[in-house]
Design a protein around this ligand. Structure first.
Ligand SMILES: Nc1ncnc2c1ncn2[C@@H]1O[C@H](COP(=O)(O)OP(=O)(O)OP(=O)(O)O)[C@@H](O)[C@H]1O
Ligand SMILES: [Mg+2]
Length: 253
């Protein structure tokens, strides 16, 4: 698996939102996409998923242009968990929602193996207890975990996550990121996660890109990018990297 984005330019209307954006993702890597509100993170992820088509540049998965792939093939290869997707309109129960992750792999009916995969994904996200609950009755953090379980059940090569931990309490923020980390390593897939919490990014992302007004201002191994200078430049806050624990921690002052 190799995901590659090169020279991507995107605008919704006349205002450019992504300018000369590029990145690479390899197996067993978590790439963090960081940057202030409105910097273009969600737009970038939607371009990768083929929901949006950049005006210029290329996005390839294993050397194939993603926008030239038929939609079912995109879904077999890339799973996407949007940010705060509204659950009001989804009426089925949690098990049915997770099972839908198998849809791209199934030609007619779901089989025993699909049910088993969905069940295992629910176990990994600790949502088995909600199996028979209506999805629309979950809290936003519970719903978030169910949608990540659905993405895991999809068994794609690339996992795209738009703020996967934004609705989660502190325990599940760590649990969910650890599970994603384990899956990425076990299945040798890649994940791109939009993350606002810089310390969480420091802990779980192998590498990050830092966006500002649609441009990449820094990219590379997380420790090299998340410096007090870069954080100040992009977020306009003071930060220190505390090395006194077992791992470097980002403290916003
Ligand atoms: N559908 C749209 N139509 C027009 N402009 C849009 C649309 N979606 C986003 N934009 C604009 O594109 C820019 C980037 O938006 P985007 O959602 O990619 O930012 P983001 O980095 O994900 O921000 P956040 O951290 O708030 O989620 C913003 O200026 C936004 O107003
Ligand atoms: Mg966003």
């Amino acid at each position: 698996m190799q995901l590659r984005m090169e020279g991507v330019e995107f605008s919704y209307g006349s205002d450019p939102v992504l300018r000369n954006v590029g990145m690479e993702l390899h197996p067993s890597e978590i790439l963090g996409i960081l940057g202030p509100n409105g910097s273009g993170k969600t737009t970038m992820v939607r371009c990768i998923n083929g929901i949006l088509s950049p005006q210029q540049g290329s996005i390839t998965l294993d050397a194939k242009e993603i926008r030239s792939l038929p939609r079912p093939d995109v879904a077999k290869n890339i799973s996407y968990v949007p940010h705060n997707s509204s659950n009001d309109t989804i009426t089925p129960n949690v098990f049915e929602v997770v099972l839908m992750g198998r849809r791209p792999h199934v030609t007619w009916e779901f089989g025993e193996r699909d049910r088993e995969i969905a069940w295992n994904a629910m176990e990994e996200m600790d949502v088995k207890k909600f199996a028979a609950t209506d999805f629309s009755k979950l809290s936003s953090g519970q719903a978030q975990r169910v949608l990540i379980a659905r993405a895991i059940a999809q068994e794609a090569k690339v996992l795209l996550l738009d703020e996967p931990t934004s609705n989660l309490d502190v325990k599940y923020q760590i649990d969910v990121m650890e599970t994603i980390h384990n899956i990425v390593h076990r299945r040798k897939i890649g994940a791109c996660a939009i993350v606002h919490d810089l310390d969480l990014a420091m802990r779980f992302c192998d590498k990050v890109i830092l966006l500002q007004s649609g441009r990449i201002v820094a990219a590379g191994p997380t420790r090299m990018v998340l410096t007090p200078e870069n954080i100040k430049r992009v977020y306009e806050v003071n930060a220190v990297i505390d090395e006194s624990y077992l791992r470097p921690r980002v403290l916003i002052l």
